[in-house]
Design a protein around this ligand. Structure first.
Ligand code: F2R
Ligand code: MG
Ligand code: MG
Length: 349
């Protein structure tokens, strides 16, 4: 479909769920041979040997709260979103949440709480979380708001409900920006896509909070910009090994070690790769490659899935994968409603 077509909205939301569901198998694994990835993905096509339903984790559980909040409130409402996160956690605490964020989610359920951003600010002795929990649920902001400044502002605020460290919330802004640009067809020109992300993040990271957090954590002055430059360098190489990607970009639970990695997975898989089956389309390649990096596989595949899905559209996603993944059908329906909200906002409504 053309820029911002329904197919792209559906592709983004559904592929994010698939990345989370199929990625759960390898989360935390140090090494994941591509053979194991392909075996796992092949089993989704085989109804007799299939895995049954693959459950979604915290990534999708929280993204669903973001979607429902944006749709119900026809825009961003921090009180409503915070309430939904807390309610979802208390209803299904076993979805594999980060050990720190659990404290925030418990505090958010208190009726006495007056400032919904305070529990996140109190995390890690007041330094806030730099985990990728804000980024893993950022895609819906790009699907609800057509305006770039709104995407940045609301992805930031949505992440701040649990992640008050700039290395956490700026990861969410980057992820939302990547989905926003992909939705507009920007991945047709990969070099311009990465340059645009760098330009945007130069502005996002130009402030005292970012400089301060970066200094404390001994990172570059603009940590995400520096990683995006590494992504661009890797894109320019004719051969890139999995080890090199992990060494340069990371595959961990920190937003800094996973959001640029997810973006690289999408860019690297824009064309067929020797290590992947020829029969695979772009979404399948991106998700398979993300899993083969090991580490935080559900989250990297979820974020890469959202960006790739916004580029290739829903037609690129195998039906057999959708059938196997909890929440994929809901995502298909929710994407349509998000598109209506997106159009309403673009008409100034
Ligand atoms: N947590 C997981 N997976 C491992 C556990 C799975 C579970 N036990 C099971 O087997 O079912 N996955 C999910 O967590 C990630 C998102 O995490 P989020 O929401 O950012 O959580 P949190 O707790 O805020 O941060 C994660 C960890 O990062 C470290 N950290 C963050 N900020 C820190 C700081 N300022 N100083 C020191 N450490 C900091 C901590 O270790 C946090 O626990 C996704 O992968 C999702 O899939
Ligand atoms: Mg998870
Ligand atoms: Mg994860």
């Amino acid at each position: 479909g053309g820029p911002a077509s329904l197919s792209r909205f559906r592709g983004a939301l559904v592929a994010a769920v698939l990345g989370d569901c199929v990625g759960g198998e390898f989360e935390g694994a140090e090494e994941v041979p591509m053979e194991s990835v392909l075996q796992h993905l092949n089993s989704l096509d085989d109804e007799t040997k299939g895995n049954g339903v693959l459950e979604y984790s915290d990534d999708t559980a929280m993204a669903r709260c973001v979607v429902q909040s944006l749709l119900t409130r026809t825009g961003f409402d921090e009180q409503d979103m915070a309430r939904r996160f807390a309610k979802e956690y208390s209803a299904s605490p076993g979805r594999g949440y980060g050990s720190g964020v659990i404290q925030v989610l418990k505090k958010l359920s208190s009726p006495q709480l007056s400032d919904v951003y305070q529990p996140a600010r109190d995390q890690f002795n007041g330094r806030g979380s730099f985990g990728n929990g804000g980024a893993m649920r950022a895609a819906p902001f790009a699907l609800a708001f057509p305006d770039l400044d709104d995407v940045k502002r609301f992805a930031h605020l949505g992440a701040m409900l649990t992640h008050s460290c700039s290395l956490g919330y700026n990861g969410a802004v980057l992820q939302a920006l990547a989905v926003h640009l992909s939705l507009q067809g920007a991945l047709d020109l990969p070099q311009q896509f990465i340059s645009r992300l760098i330009t945007e993040m130069e502005e996002v990271e130009a402030n005292e909070a970012t400089r301060n957090d970066a200094r404390i954590l001994k990172e570059a002055e603009k940590p995400f910009c520096e990683r995006l430059h590494r992504v661009r360098d890797l894109m320019g190489k004719s051969k890139v090994s999995i080890e090199e990607v992990i060494n340069e970009l990371g595959n961990g639970i920190a937003a800094l070690h996973s959001v640029p990695t997810a973006i690289f997975c999408v860019l690297h898989c824009l064309e067929p790769r020797e290590c992947l089956p020829e029969s695979y389309g772009g979404v399948e390649r991106t998700i398979a490659y993300s899993l083969a990096l090991g580490g935080d596989t559900d989250t990297i595949a979820c974020m890469a899935g959202a960006i790739a899905g916004a580029h290739y559209g829903i037609e690129a996603i195998p039906q057999s994968w959708i059938k196997c993944c909890e929440g994929a059908e809901d995502a298909h329906e929710d994407a349509k409603r998000l598109k209506m909200l997106f159009l309403q906002s673009s008409q100034g409504g």
